[in-house]
Write a protein of this length. Structure first.
Length: 319
């Protein structure tokens, strides 16, 4: 790598939205025959609102050709787990010639190793880890090893969004199977968005120190009103503008406690769907939050997951 290339990359890490530097970097690589330079040029052109529909069609075509032809060099070892840009279980997106987001369906130690050795991660903004490879006890697979290996991603300066478990529905809203995720999450102090779909996680997970956090989505924590106390004392709570608590077994007591704290500040969005609220708790929240979602409220008698837990308190452990 030449000193100029190193300087351009360092400038982009410090200012990832500097389009002029992106253009200079793309031109520099293209002049030296690096196909990633043309990919940068094409993707920057696609951001130009002045492009005609015909031009945009041609640019998309060229973008696909470049990604298909140079997929392995762009991804390095990660290409062994993501065959092409159409993969569903594991997938990546590119933005301005850099890997912008990564979604991994089933995480194992080999995939974790491949990810940390993947090139073009300096501007990575989003990581989604849907779940770990299923394994019965005694097989020798330690799920914590894969997570420990991925802790190095916390050093990426532009990573802003981390999702654990599926929260978008493309994996059936599958929760992450390892509730001992706290140490891993605590490493990512620069996040602005955190999405957690984890069954059995302890409320203490909310003691994470993430000062820049603005968006928090929690699903299936099931810590009830006790979790509200942890949430209200979390270091990041006063900085949030979006809070989602789904399937948390939140009752009117927790809703009133949350409303008392929101009386002096407002969230842009509060979503407490799929809890155990009545109109009393919903009214309390509506009085302090203009944008409230509280759909599909349940009771202990209609909460299918709760009833299943009562019938099988061991959760179908491996035999």
């Amino acid at each position: 790598m030449t000193p100029l290339q190193a300087q351009l990359e360092a400038d982009l890490v410090r200012a990832p939205d500097d389009l002029a530097t992106h253009m200079a970097y793309g031109d520099y690589l293209a002049e030296r025959g690096d196909p990633r330079g043309e990919l940068i040029q094409v993707q920057l052109a696609l951001e130009d609102p002045e492009r005609t529909p015909e031009q945009r069609f041609d640019l998309h075509q060229r973008e696909g050709e470049l990604l298909d032809r140079h997929w392995r060099s762009l991804l390095g070892p990660l290409a062994d787990y993501i065959a092409d840009r159409h993969s569903l279980e594991n997938r990546v997106t590119f933005r301005r010639g850099w890997i912008d987001s990564i979604r991994l369906g089933l995480l194992g130690i080999e995939l974790a190793e491949a990810l940390v050795h993947t090139p073009n991660l300096s501007l990575l903004r989003s990581v989604r880890l849907v779940d770990l490879i299923p394994h019965p006890p005694g097989t020798g697979f330690d799920p914590d090893l894969a997570l420990i290996r991925l802790q190095s991603l916390s050093q990426l300066p532009n990573l802003r969004s981390l999702s654990i478990g599926d929260h978008e529905g493309d994996a059936g809203l599958r929760p992450f199977s390892d509730p001992e995720i706290g140490e891993f999450v605590h490493c990512f102090r620069q996040l602005e968005e955190l999405n957690l779909n984890i069954v059995g996680a302890e409320p203490s997970l909310l003691s994470i120190q993430i000062p820049a956090l603005r968006v928090l989505r929690l699903d299936r924590f099931r810590f009830g009103d006790t979790g509200v106390d942890w949430l209200l004392t979390a270091p990041f709570f006063t900085s949030l503008h979006t809070l989602q608590v789904w399937n948390g077994r939140l009752t009117d007591t927790g809703a009133r406690a949350l409303a008392r704290h929101l009386h002096t500040r407002s969230l842009k969005l509060l979503d407490v769907s799929f809890n155990w609220l009545t109109s009393t708790g919903i009214d309390a929240l509506e009085s302090v939050c203009k944008n409230l979602r509280a759909e599909y409220q349940l009771t202990p008698e209609t909460d299918v997951d709760f009833l299943a837990e009562q019938a099988d308190p061991y959760g179908g452990d491996w035999e």
